[in-house]
Design a protein around this ligand. Structure first.
Ligand SMILES: [Zn+2]
Length: 352
């Protein structure tokens, strides 16, 4: 914790997707999704959350068996170690919508592209790259390329906002906002009956030496094998396109996120990849959220809804590494990464 800003960077991804602690407002830029090369470190991301970082060990996926149970899905998490900021107040209680009737159709050409973070949640930020802007810029590129391939891309957000803020009179903050935001992304994918869900991020670490590209999937799902196949296709596609374009990248491989954040003996997958799970009123309070923003009237707990289609989350380089960040600022490299993601999705859908 000697360098708070860098520690925050390390968990930028996790703050959005493994839904840890309450965020706090930041002085993050809110302008158009443009990656600006200022060379100066930016404000730290919003979520001050610090369970142990993930290993950099490259996991070489083999023929994994699909687990029969989703036992980790309903584990009630223990409060994260360092939640900062006061419990948010929410002006307008938001009752989560009922679970949509999902019937996954492998025939659909719909692909949900999820630019990670947005609004008050900045993600990683350093060396002139702000993750939430970078992610959205990349999503627009992938959207264009998928459309050119005859697919139907749907983005979870198109502006510098949380995915769920539209239509709310007063957006919740902190843990409540984060959970509503992530659930909205999942619900959109389910309601669109997408064939694939790909979340776009860039990494951050408190070690400036960490570099490279990795893709997460969840092995604790009924369609785990397809999750892995999608993740591998995106990983390989991005690396191949970067190589063709002349950019180096450390291939960190495809990683199972099912126990990404072991904390006090419990596992936390990335929210948008993992199974559904129960969140209690007590947990909401301990994590700085507002139960009225998450629970139906009179309820003491609620069950989240999981993506019903193969899903993967790609981490495009480390914003916390100067060399990686320089590549992220490169227009040709960004276009190559977008081509790689689109190529991987097309390969997964067998529409190449
Ligand atoms: Zn992220």
């Amino acid at each position: 914790m000697r360098h708070v800003a860098l520690v925050l960077l390390a968990f930028a991804l996790l703050s959005a997707c493994a839904e840890p602690a309450a965020g706090r407002p930041t002085a993050a830029p809110t302008s158009a999704p443009v990656v600006v090369a200022t060379g100066a470190p930016t404000s730290p991301p919003s979520s001050a959350e610090a369970p142990p970082s993930t290993s950099t060990t490259i996991v070489t996926p083999t023929s994994r068996e699909t687990p029969a149970a989703e036992s980790q899905a309903t584990a009630t998490p223990t409060a994260p170690p360092s939640i900062t900021g006061p419990a948010p107040s929410v002006a307008t209680p938001v009752t989560p919508p009922p679970p949509p009737p999902v019937q996954f159709s492998a025939d659909t050409r719909t692909v949900v592209i999820d630019p990670g973070h947005g609004g008050e949640e900045v993600g990683a930020a350093n060396f002139g790259v702000v993750e939430k802007h970078s992610n959205l810029d990349m999503a627009f590129r992938v959207e264009r390329l998928l459309a050119e391939r005859g697919l139907r891309p749907v983005l979870t957000r198109r502006e510098d906002v949380r995915a769920s803020s539209a239509g709310l009179a007063a957006a919740p903050t902190g843990f409540s906002a984060q959970r509503i935001d992530l659930q909205a992304r999942v619900d959109l994918a389910n309601s669109e009956r997408a064939a694939a869900y790909v979340s776009i991020h860039s990494n951050g670490s408190n070690s400036g030496a960490e570099r490279g590209i990795e893709v997460y999937y969840n092995s604790q799902r009924p369609h785990a094998a397809e999750n892995l196949r999608l993740a591998q296709a995106v990983h390989d596609g991005v690396l191949a396109e970067l190589n063709t374009a002349g950019y180096g990248a450390v291939a960190r491989g495809v990683k199972d996120d099912s126990c990404l954040r072991a904390f006090q003996g419990r596992c936390f997958p990335l929210f948008v990849l993992g199974p559904d799970r129960v969140t209690t009123r007590d947990e909401i309070l301990r994590r700085g959220g507002n139960p009225d923003a998450l629970l139906p009237p009179g309820a003491s707990e609620f069950r989240s809804r999981a993506t019903q289609m193969p899903a993967a989350l790609v981490e495009l380089y480390f914003i916390s590494n100067a060399e990686d960040a320089a590549i992220l600022r490169s227009e040709p490299a960004r276009e190559a990464m977008a081509r790689g993601i689109a190529r991987g999705i097309a390969r997964f859908l067998r529409v190449e």
